[in-house]
Design a protein around this ligand. Structure first.
Ligand code: PLP
Length: 397
């Protein structure tokens, strides 16, 4: 089934013919129905989670519904869905928790391709535990992170391998399933940053080889918070820092303080919205998978159009050309700094920022230093006309 892009666009108050949002990798636009779910929950009568008052029961139901929704989105177990402020916060916390089990001389593997949110928490945790950090390098010409670049670093001291599901800078999708198999062979855990992958592809955390998987609903039409999914049995083995009166129960013991109930209601509405991108039958998980397959198809076709158009513009260099990738294009202009291109496009109603986008290690490894490049991200609401408009404006700069 293909996407009905007009129907999808009409669900987003912010999406119009005046502004083309190519800045989705930084945060997507939000449909009306998600905003309404947040507002309705906030004013419906809410208390802390509990079972006595209707307000307590409402908060309880909101949390359980959000865990079930995220589980349907990711193919995860709802009992292992942890909510937090952001993927960065959840990874920082989890790295600290896992590091309690490390000894001096243990090793963690990080990749140069990753957003810093899946690098620095491991570097910091390793430093505190006296563990060694091993760096998996990607090929700066192709943008590929070969499986061997990671597996060559594994050994019997490896405790965690941290790798992205997709690069938020150049779109590369490493083969995390193969990396996971090799990591598990040496008794290590695989921590996959799914923040950039989740908006662009059907996700199944087990198929991806992930013991831990993070994502951020604000990258796929939802509100601003973070999600971590893991098997509840694995979470049971971990002892995060927590307050004394707060519950020992999993996943709650990983969630510090009161959850943002209204935000979680928004996330449930987001997953329902995704499930309905391609209207169909079946349970929500099946509809999510069908919708995301259609999203991938739509975005792949637009990506091909964009790359073909850019190839005709000799002043533009595209960085990274991995075989498996998200529709995320990093480019530089031969004569104009990224900031100037960003500002001139913005003046024409085209949102495509220039930066390293926190994938600082990757930007430096690509030879783009701390400046990075102009990033164009495609979304289900992106049209061919918008891609053509971008290409025309770039050519006219
Ligand atoms: C690949 C990737 N990982 C992690 C993050 C950080 O996510 P959060 O803002 O939820 O901490 C981002 C945000 O841009 C990202 O693109």
């Amino acid at each position: 089934m293909s996407l009905d892009v007009d129907r999808i666009r009409s669900a987003f108050p912010a999406v119009s013919d005046e502004v083309a949002y190519f800045d989705g990798p930084g945060g997507s636009q939000t449909p009306e129905v998600v905003g309404r779910a947040v507002a309705d929950t906030m004013v419906a009568g809410l208390a802390n989670r509990g079972s006595v008052t209707a307000a307590e029961q409402r908060a309880e139901a909101v949390v359980l519904a959000a865990r079930a929704a995220v589980a349907d989105l990711l193919g995860a177990d709802p009992r292992g869905v942890v909510f937090g402020r952001s993927a960065t916060q959840l990874t920082m916390d989890m790295a600290g928790t896992l590091a309690k089990q490390w000894s001096p001389g243990d090793e963690v593997v990080v990749s140069r391709l990753d957003h810093d949110a899946n690098i620095r928490p491991w570097v910091i945790a390793a430093e505190a535990a006296g563990a060694v950090v091993r760096w998996a390098e990607f090929d700066p010409d192709t943008g590929e992170l070969p499986v061997s670049a990671v597996t060559g670093l594994l050994g019997d001291r490896t405790r965690v391998v941290a790798v992205t599901g997709a690069s938020n800078l150049i779109g590369t999708r490493p083969d995390t399933a193969a990396i996971g198999l090799a990591a598990h062979d040496v008794g290590a855990l695989l921590y996959v940053d799914g923040v950039h992958l989740t908006p662009h592809a059907p996700v199944d955390v087990a198929e991806l080889g992930a013991d831990f998987y993070t994502c951020s609903p604000y990258k796929f039409f939802g509100p601003h918070h973070g999600v971590l999914a893991a098997a509840p049995e694995l979470l049971e083995t971990l002892r995060p820092d927590k307050l004394m009166p707060s519950t020992e129960v999993v996943p709650e013991r990983f969630e510090l303080g009161t959850l943002p109930y209204e935000v979680l209601a928004g996330t449930t509405a987001t997953v329902d919205f995704i499930a309905d991108l391609v209207p169909g039958d079946g349970d929500r998980r099946a509809r999510v998978l069908a919708s995301m397959a259609a999203v991938e198809q739509h975005e792949d076709a637009l990506l091909a159009r964009l790359l073909k158009g850019l190839a005709d513009q000799p002043q533009i260099t595209v960085h990274g050309r991995a075989r498996r990738r998200t529709p995320t294009v990093l480019m530089t202009h031969a004569d104009r700094p990224g900031l100037e291109v960003y500002e001139r496009l913005a003046a024409d109603g085209i949102n495509a920022p220039a930066d390293h986008f926190y994938a600082l290690e990757a930007s430096r490894h690509l030879g783009l230093g701390d400046e990075g490049g102009i990033r164009v991200g495609l979304a289900p609401y992106t049209t061919e006309a918008e891609v053509d408009r971008l290409l025309e404006r770039l050519a006219a700069l």
